[in-house]
Each structure stands twice: as C-alpha cells, then as structure tokens.
Write a protein that binds this ligand. Structure first.
Ligand SMILES: Cc1ncc(COP(=O)(O)O)c(C=O)c1O
Length: 431
C-alpha cells in the first residue's frame, strides 16, 4: 500500500529528517571527557572516566559498587555466572555454571536478558507476562515454582523502562530461596516504591547501548552492594588475572571491561539522565492525552508503586478494533478496515512518513531459538495451549501484547509539532 497516496493521509507531509524510535542525544560534555582521556593517554580499560562513572552511577542507583563493563550483555552474563557459581559452585573450564539447571526468565524482553543463561549452559524457562506492567507475571512465576520447585534463579527485566511487580516477585523468590538477577538495561532511573531499578535484585545490570536513556555508544554496569562480588566481576572482566607477577589464571576470564573512552561518553551523559527522563515522560503523556479518542491504550504502569523512566512509549489496540493481521516467521499481511487498524499497518504508515516505530519485542517463547524451552502461563499451562482464546482473553499474555501492541517514536529530540504529526498519522490509520 502506498500511504503517501492514500486519501486517508491527504495533507500530511513526509518528515524530511527521520524521527527515530530512540536515538542518542549528545550534549557536548562527552567530548571533554573523551578528549581528556586521549590527551592524558588513558585510552584503555583503566582511567579517571571509568572511576567517575562507577562512583556517580553507584550513587545515583543507590548501591555501594558499580563495575564498568563493555555492554549490558556482558554485565548480565557475569551477573548470571556469579549467581550460578553461588548456587552450584565453580564450574570446570569447559562447562557453564548453570550446567543442567533451569532458570526462570522474563518472556517479553530483548534476547540479551536471556542468552547468558545459555552461555552458562542453563535452560531458560519462560514466565508469561501480565497486562498491568507488561512484565513477568507473579502468578505465572508461582505456577512455575509448583512445576519446577528445584529452581533457584530468576532473571527479570523491566520492559521499556516500566518496573515489574517486584514486591510480589521478591516474596515468591524468598519463599523458594531463589536469587534474582535484575536486568535494568532499559529502566535506568525508573523507581519502584522509591527505590531505583538496578538495585533491587541480588545481582543487577544496566546498559549504555546507543538507544538507551543515556548512552556511552556502548557500555554497561554490574551493580551490587557486595565488595567481594564487585571485585570478582572486575577480575573476571579482565581475563581473571591473579595477583601474580606473571599471567596467572585460576578461573576462566573475559575481556569485558569498559574502556576509558566509552566511559568518557557515559560521564558526559550522566548529568542529563533526569532531563532525558523528563522529556520521555512528556512524550508519553502527550501520546496518552492525544490518543484517548482512539480504541487504544498506552503501555501501563502501577502509578501507586512505580515511576517509569518512560524509555519507550507504546500502545496496544483494543481487541475489537484490531483489523485482520497475520505474521509469519519474517513477513506479515494485514487488511485495512474502517474504524480498525493493526500494529503492522501503523508501523508501515509511520515508515512511509519517515518515522520509526517498532513491533513489541517478540516474546522469547515464540522465538525459533527458544521454541523448545518450557513456557509457563498464569494458569500453569505452557506449550500447546498458548494461543487459546479463553473467555475473552488470551491465555498467552505475551503473544497477545505482541499481536496488538507497538512501540511508538519516542525520541527525546522529537518536537511537539513532529509528535502531533505522528499522532495524526495514527488517527488516520483508524479511518
Ligand atoms: C532488556 C535488555 N537487556 C539487555 C540488553 C543488552 O544491553 P547491551 O546492548 O548494552 O549489551 C538490552 C539492550 O540492548 C535490553 O534492552
């Protein structure tokens, strides 16, 4: 369909410059710290920028220690490895620490949350999502413990910067003596009952990837209150060198440490974190207000308990306003119908006008790579009945949100006028 010629969109101009989903926003201070690293020759994995980032972020998040790493994925890998070692002991060099063990994982997240379980030879058991926050469903987690009472580790992500139901999840984990790895890659600055995400789990990770609320172009942090754990992660991340005069290795190591150049960019961004959150919050509120007349809802959060960082604004279309849409493995088809629309139609319309949206992260249990892993819903069912439409709701909540939802352009440099055009395009999709 050519949206630019579609009479529904008559009068809307294509954006000259692309409106991004979420792109980096540099302020100038980054240059100063990168230059200083170069001028002083501290360009490797030691230096003042790394020390400053670790100190500033530990203070901001409210933990005692932060360890600068190459990315959020490496932070998660080492967090999950450390949890595995605590639970099951040190692994042999050719084995992961989770060998033969199951781990309960958020299902609707980016695969970087989950892959480290596989790196450590564990098996991810995916826990379905709940509608209130689009995060791990506590009821499904309880069911999972009934089915697999031996599990001792839970990996939870806060999707799109909205905190999950941490009270419920923590109390279930406590009851079963399970450790929590908190993936706060998307939620830096979001709080749950006044406490920062990234400080709630037993082992915590954040990301400074280019699309995150602040960025170093890359980079991530492992966050903890334990000095021993921080030292262990620092050691693992620098090839596990022992304190000997020569290269001495008693454990498997990794080249995961943050560079002082990347840290310079992060250091320049930290003072703008709260400003970015405020800009993203304004974008979310504006969408929410201007889309109230449509049969859609914004991505929800529990206003009593949490303040998101509003990293991505998303919408979900009401069931009875869903136009027909089918998705294959890598392609899709949809039909336009008056008064209705579908995520793929809205995304195509946005693309035609040079704006970037994105489908909701496809749940992990639907991913070809993880399709044979166990998946547990709130009623304790898993594979086989996951797409059953029972008494007006889908039992597989993640699949339903993926089907009806989408991420909207959420770039903090988008102007109000540009957002008005995006809002207009969304309205026209329902004509
Ligand atoms: C939920 C989640 N976890 C982990 C990561 C991995 O972070 P990185 O790209 O810094 O490795 C990302 C984003 O990239 C993410 O969105």
């Amino acid at each position: 369909m050519d949206f630019l010629k579609d009479p529904r969109f008559a009068g809307i101009e294509r954006f000259d410059k692309k409106i991004w989903l979420s792109s980096p926003t540099m302020h100038g201070d980054e240059q100063r710290w990168v230059d200083e690293a170069i001028q002083t020759n501290w360009v490797s994995t030691v230096g003042a920028n790394i020390n400053a980032v670790e100190e500033m972020m530990a203070e901001y998040v409210g933990v005692k220690y932060a360890v600068g790493l190459s990315c959020g994925t490496s932070a998660l890998h080492l967090a999950i490895k450390l949890a595995g070692e605590k639970l099951y002991g040190q692994a042999r060099p050719n084995q992961g620490t989770l060998q033969g063990h199951r781990v309960f994982c958020s299902d609707m997240t980016f695969d970087a949350s989950i892959n480290p379980v596989a790196y450590e030879d564990g098996e991810a058991v995916f826990i379905d999502t709940e509608y209130d926050t689009w995060n791990m469903c506590p009821e499904a987690l309880e069911k999972a413990f009934e089915l697999y009472p031996e599990v001792k580790l839970v990996v939870i992500a806060h999707l799109y910067g909205t905190p999950g139901k941490m009270d419920e999840i923590k109390s279930i984990c406590k009851e079963h003596d399970a450790l929590i790895v908190e993936d706060a890659a998307e939620s830096l600055g979001a709080t749950y009952k006044g406490v920062q995400t990234g400080s709630i789990g037993d082992y915590n990770a954040i990301s400074f990837n280019g699309n995150k609320i602040i960025t170093g172009s890359a980079g991530g942090l492992f966050l903890t209150n334990s000095k021993t754990d921080a030292e262990k992660i620092r050691k693992w991340s620098t090839q596990s060198r022992e304190a000997a005069p020569w290269y001495q290795h008693e454990e498997i190591g990794y080249n995961y440490r943050m560079s002082n150049i990347i840290a310079g960019v992060v250091r320049g961004q930290i003072p703008y974190l709260n400003e970015h959150i405020a800009q993203k919050a304004a974008i979310y509120e504006r969408y929410k207000k201007e889309l109230t007349d449509l049969p859609v809802k914004m991505n929800p959060f529990d206003i009593e308990k949490s303040i998101p960082n509003y990293w991505l604004s998303c919408l979900i279309i009401d069931e009875d306003a869903m136009a027909p849409m089918v998705r294959g493995e890598q392609d899709y088809l949809y039909k336009s119908e008056s008064g209705k629309s579908s995520p793929q139609e809205i995304l195509d319309a946005l693309t035609a006008f040079n704006a970037e949206g994105r489908p909701i992260w496809k749940p992990m249990h639907m991913q070809p790579i993880y399709r044979t892993n166990p998946f547990i819903t709130a009623s304790g069912n898993g594979r086989g009945r996951t797409n059953a439409y029972i008494s007006g709701t889908f039992e597989d909540v993640g699949a339903d949100i993926f089907r009806r939802g989408l991420c909207l352009p959420s770039d903090n440099k988008m102007t109000e006028e540009q957002q008005d055009v995006i809002i207009d395009i969304i309205h026209k999709c329902f004509l």
